[in-house]
Design a protein around this ligand. Sequence first.
Ligand code: SAM
Length: 291
Amino acid sequence: TRKDIATPTRTKEILEKYGFSFKKSLGQNFLIDTNILHNIIAAADLTKEKAAIEIGPGIGALTEQLGRAAGKVMAIEIDQRLLPILSDTLSPYDNVDVVHGDVLELNLQELIEDKLAGFEKISVVANLPYYVTTPILMKLLEERLPLENIVVMIQKEVAERIAAKPGTKEYGSLSVAAQFYADTQVAMIVPASVFVPRPNVDSAVIRLKVRDRPAVEVDDEDVFFRVVKSSFALRRKTLLNNLMNGLFPKAQKDAVVQMLEEIGIDPTRRGETLNMGEFARLANESIRRGY
Ligand code: SAM
């Protein structure tokens, strides 16, 4: 068997062979630590009956491990310069398909039907490009793709926001959005020394177990997310103030106070103390009252 790609020496060899230079603008920080990769693979809970989608394979460090652990792998890479490298490094793995493109532009539903047909359980496993972490995660969740889980390396600070509980300073609309669709958990904190080049931020692996249905029942998801955004708009203001400024500018303050009291939410609370169920009650009730 071949040496793993994700060792400092093999990575250096590959980069030199192809004269590859990192593009910071594409968030290129490659993994050079096989232990971390094994931990990521373990967190994804793969078997040969499952498929994996990787976003940004780079030179294939994680991709080859996915090829060994999963039945089929689809890896999406935006940087054309990496395509010849990947076809070289991944040549031993005939269950890996590399797709060239921007993950934010591609039709993932179609690609899944095309490349991963027959697989019921699909995981996204990736060391994400940090400049687009949030849009990628929101795309994966909002499009309701048939995913079992999402195990990704991201900035530690974003991982903490995603998994944050109500009332903490990390809790915000990203926490609510992610937890609406998935059960979230920070799996491990990762030092900068496992990447070349080293990123300027700390990293973490987050695990999102995608829910069969959203965590709470809402009558209209757009309204729900508007309520959430507006409740977090200004952190030092009360929920009532944020709602009056953002969402219900034309409503009577007294009526909004009354509504909040009727659904058991103290209007003087801060938006960031509300849990998902309370946001759902607020959204559903404000639709009922025509706000
Ligand atoms: N998986 C490799 C590893 O762990 O060593 C590389 C990870 S590196 C953090 C991120 C990768 O995502 C790079 O290969 C980069 O070119 C690619 N990438 C950046 N933006 C992308 C996008 N919008 N769509 C697809 N791939 C992208």
